[in-house]
Design a protein around this ligand. Structure first.
Ligand SMILES: CCOC(=O)Cn1cc(-c2ncnc(N)c2C#N)cn1
Length: 297
């Protein structure tokens, strides 16, 4: 299915759970006691498509990764997780979360230049209004971490990079400064931990909400390969697209003659072969085990 059509959630939930929203790979429900159930599916997206073949355990691995990171960030910022005690049908792939008043900002921090940041830099030597030095290439390490916010796009559309001043106009000076401070603080902590494990955290996208008392809370998923770019540090080589830690097998097969697919055709991508599914699952397990030092059961 194209990225423009919300997938139908795969999981049966008990009476009293109401489906609210589905993204490409995640689903949001209201719980019987009016909290949120945040479900990570085994769906995988590539080239703006939700692929027809699930990656077994992907949702469980990414949920475990989010929980691990939330725990390591709790001294910097509170988070929205209440419990991982969830219905059996979504065991280990879901979290019950506080319902927050979400900020309409995708809070992106970048330590390296690539993707939409690189495109903007190549056009105007800045990203989201932040001026950068000349001579940077795809994958270049930035002199310091930058906050490059974006507006949340409709399903199937790309987020649009905005300036800090536009965030101020949207939510006010104080909260914009808080989001920038927290986003770079979280990124710097995570990038340092990832580097100790041989992984480059090139960038990450965070979402925040506020409690009724105004406290700013870290929400959504955090620091997963779906919300972040992880690169193997020993393969880092600025000047070209870096290999994606988790999706490179999928991207390489989809763009190879073997798939028979043309990503520019507008046609839906084909099902993935078993070996690509298995190698991709193994990369998610590897990312979890290298980051956390724990075996994925
Ligand atoms: C399908 C997953 O959801 C999203 O993609 C983005 N989203 C988050 C919320 C949200 N809304 C209130 N409270 C929260 N704690 C959250 C969170 N997280 C809504 N959409």
């Amino acid at each position: 299915m194209s990225s423009a059509v919300a997938p139908t959630p795969e999981y049966e939930l008990p009476e009293g759970y109401t489906h609210i929203y589905s993204g490409k790979v995640r689903d949001l429900y209201k719980t019987p006691d009016d909290r949120l159930l945040f479900v990570a599916s085994d769906r995988i997206s590539a080239y703006d498509w939700v692929l027809p073949t699930p990656i077994p355990d992907k949702g469980r691995i990414l949920t475990a990764m989010s929980i691990w990171w939330f725990d390591r960030l709790s001294d910097l910022v509170p988070n929205h997780v209440i419990t991982t005690n969830v219905p059996d049908s979504v065991a280990r792939r879901a979290m019950v979360c506080h319902r927050l008043d979400m900020f309409p900002v995708e809070c992106v921090a970048r330590g390296y230049l690539t993707g939409s940041g690189l495109t903007e830099y190549q056009a105007q030597k800045s990203v989201c209004g932040v001026n950068l030095p000349p001579g940077l290439k795809d994958g270049s390490k930035l002199p310091k971490t930058i906050f490059t916010p974006a507006t949340k796009a409709e399903l199937g559309e790309h987020d649009e990079n905005v300036t800090f001043d536009e965030v101020v106009a949207a939510i006010g000076q104080d909260e914009a400064q808080q989001l920038r401070r927290l986003t770079t603080l979280v990124y710097d902590r995570a990038a340092s931990i990832a580097a100790e494990r041989g992984l480059i955290l090139a960038d990450t996208k965070l979402e925040f909400g506020s409690r009724p008392d105004g406290t700013i809370v870290l929400a959504d998923e955090v620091l997963t390969p779906d919300s972040s770019r992880y690169w193997p540090a020993d393969e880092w080589e600025p000047g070209h697209a870096q290999p994606s830690f988790d999706k490179q097998y999928v991207r390489d097969w989809l763009t190879s003659p073997a798939s028979g697919w043309d990503r520019h055709s507008g046609e839906a991508p084909p099902a993935l072969p078993d070996d690509v599914v298995e190698k991709t699952r193994a990369k998610y397990v590897e990312a979890y085990e290298r980051l956390t030092g724990k075996r994925f059961a």
